[in-house]
Design a protein around this ligand. Sequence first.
Ligand SMILES: [Zn+2]
Length: 357
Amino acid sequence: MVEDLNEFIKELSRVYDPDSEDTYVTLYFSKGTDKKFIDHRIKACNSVLKGEEQKNFNATMDDIKNILKKNIGNNIAVFASHKHNFQKYISLTTPVENLLIVDSSPYLRPLARLLDEWESFTLVLINSNYAKIFSISLGRVDNIKKLSKDIMNKHKKGGWSQARFNRLRKGAIHTFFSEVVEELEKRSDKQIIIAGPGTSKNQFIDMLPKNLRNKIIDVIDIDMDDEDKLIKNSLHLISEKEKRTSYEIVQHLKEEILKDGLAVYGVKDTIDAAKNGQIEILIIQKNYKLPGWICENCQIVETGFKKHCPYCGKKTSQVDMLEEIIEFAERTDAEVEFTDDEEIANLGHVAGLLRFK
Ligand SMILES: [Zn+2]
């Protein structure tokens, strides 16, 4: 199981065949869809590939079929190359378009898009003696941690003064909240939603250290047993937030372009900036593909078609330019933002906000 999709993508972005051979197979396959899709693609690829590449392709497909057998009933993305003894996969919470791609590197675009659309977050449902912490990634609950403590109820027992009773009760709640904070400290999600009935959640928020408090994106007033509704509302919130972020990033890009600031656009300039580690946020037109070629030996990508690299003479591999830009950007820790904003199309289908110029 993959813990951190972001890390998973970054790791895959560094993987490629240095000889530009088409040795990496990427398969995206959604559960319940027709397996014939895979057979059709195998047949098609076999009619195009030759020699060692073909041998490797079929051996890789055997590896992939074994992985599929163990993961029946999952949406899955598999990245494999028999030649490189390489096999990685991740089960996906949301269905994706079925794809089988043979290339000189793993094909990451659908995964990067999922990550962009479904940023992971932590949801805390809490009252004075019970907490449920949900880890939600790719639009689904991944993990639930429950914490509870016996806290005396609000009415004092005989013999104690009200003041003493209140003090003890407060102390017990404080101890319980500390345990929940400790649990939250272990998580790496950048966003937290706090929910629960009444004022307990606010007392809890007051106790949070600054680094955690800054991650709170919303506080929801809800009953402890309204869990399904809470998760649905939270997912909606995250999805709306992503749309807003996407809009703001494009606005920011336009401003930077107008003042000739920290921005770049168009395929060529964006590739150069991505290779240079200059890109903070890569902005990609959602459904656009641009055919090109890559020489993995020189790490040069250009539009159009070339069978051999004009710089080193080695064989090239045919690629989607935007995919290659995503791979370069992921290697240097950039964020990837997908948009269908018209202006990005006009600016050459890809752009970037820069860290430096
Ligand atoms: Zn070359």
